[in-house]
Structure formats: C-alpha cells, structure tokens
Design a protein around this ligand. Structure first.
Ligand SMILES: Cc1cc2nc3c(=O)[nH]c(=O)nc-3n(C[C@H](O)[C@H](O)[C@H](O)COP(=O)(O)O)c2cc1C
Length: 199
C-alpha cells in the first residue's frame, strides 16, 4: 500500500526534522504482521526516553494479532477504535508506575510515560509503520483483567501495523484519514509570564 505524502498536508512554519511532522495517527492498516524486531525497535525507542530522576517509570504489555491476548486487548477498546483496530498487527497497553522504589509517590509518572510513548510512535513512523495512540478503552477493565499491580496506572493503548487501504475503512473513518493540522505557534507560546487577563 502506498502511503500518502504527509508533506502534501503538513507545512511547518519553521524548519524542523521531517520525522516530527511526518508521524501521524493513521487508521488504515493492512492486517499484515510486522517483524518482531520492529516491535522491539519501537520498545527500544521508548526505553531511551527521558524521565524525571531517570525513574523509567513505564511498562508496556503487548499482544500480536491472531493470539488470544490480542483478542483480549481488542475487547478493551471502545467500539469506535475497534472499527479500525481489527487490522492492527500489535496492540499495546502502556502503564506508568506511580510509586518510586523508595515507596514515595512518583508525581511525574504520566508525563514520563507520555514521553516514552512519543518515542515509540516516532520510531514506528521512521520504520514506515502506523503507530496510533488511543485513550478510548476501558481503563478499569485493563487494570483488573490484565492483573495490573496496584501501583501502576493505565495511560493509553497503541495500535501498530502496516499501512493499509483507506477505502476499507468505514465512511466516517475515511473522512478523517489524513494528517491533521495544528494551532499556530502564536497560540501556544508567550514570552514571559501569562498576561493578567489570562488568569
Ligand atoms: C493520549 C491520546 C489518546 C488518543 N486517543 C485516541 C483514540 O482513542 N482513538 C483515536 O482514533 N485516536 C486517538 N488519539 C489520536 C489523536 O486523535 C491524534 O493524535 C490527534 O488528532 C493528532 O493527530 P496526529 O496524531 O495524526 O498528528 C489519541 C492521541 C493521544 C495522544
């Protein structure tokens, strides 16, 4: 399947590395298997993400397509995500560890895990794979049914796969199968403190 050219859709206002804007959350996947090494490369990328005090407070459960574990992970997803995720090659559940080895609370666990997930997604994109994060799943069921230790918190699920044919998506998903845009940089930055009226 030929991937669309992200550069036709996204034009950064300032020059940045292509990898940063060429990553996007596609939904059309082929159902083909990815190489186990590619999955390990994605986790390796996650492994090198920074974390507060280098706590490395993230943990990933994964399941390959056509396994009972995949069917179980798939059942945790909401219907909207199931409508396209059935063509994923791998499903992942990302957790963060909310307790430090000392027993004290780790306040940065969600942030740290987000950074690791972004590394993983960028690596997928660099390898020409779809990597799509999802919050649309049952956090409660994931915690209970995946035997999650109490100190962990589910953060997101991720679908990984090979690009597929967008015409096989539902009409609704076909309509949104293109790289999205971003707010102008002026809306997300300000030099110095917030203005008084923004409080
Ligand atoms: C934490 C998080 C949760 C998300 N949950 C979903 C989801 O449940 N289903 C979905 O289709 N996309 C989900 N997305 C993808 C976002 O919609 C997507 O990242 C956003 O629209 C920007 O598009 P892009 O990733 O293609 O650049 C999620 C993204 C993040 C970061």
């Amino acid at each position: 399947m030929t991937q669309l050219n992200v550069k036709d859709y996204r034009k950064p206002d300032y020059p940045i590395e292509d990898l940063l804007f060429e990553r996007w959350s596609a939904r059309a996947m082929s159902g083909e298997a990815i190489e186990p090494d590619q999955l390990m490369q994605a986790f390796e990328a996650a492994r090198w993400a920074p974390s507060a005090a280098n706590l490395q407070d993230r943990f990933f459960l994964y399941a390959y397509r056509d396994t009972p574990a995949f069917d179980h992970f798939f059942s945790l997803l909401d219907e909207g995500n199931q409508s396209w995720c059935h063509k994923a090659s791998v499903l992942i559940v990302a957790f963060s560890d909310s307790i430090r080895a000392s027993g004290k609370a780790n306040k940065r666990h969600a942030f740290d895990t987000g950074m690791a997930v972004q590394n993983l997604l960028l690596q997928c994109s660099a390898m020409g794979l779809v990597g799509h994060p999802m919050a649309g799943f049952s956090y409660e069921r994931a915690a209970i049914e995946l035997n999650m230790p109490e100190r962990f918190k589910p953060q997101c699920m991720i679908a990984i796969g090979k690009y597929g044919d967008p015409s096989e998506l539902s009409e609704y998903n076909q309509g949104r199968e293109k790289p999205s845009q971003r707010k102008p940089i002026s809306e997300i930055i300000h030099e110095g403190a917030f203005e008084e009226e923004e409080k």
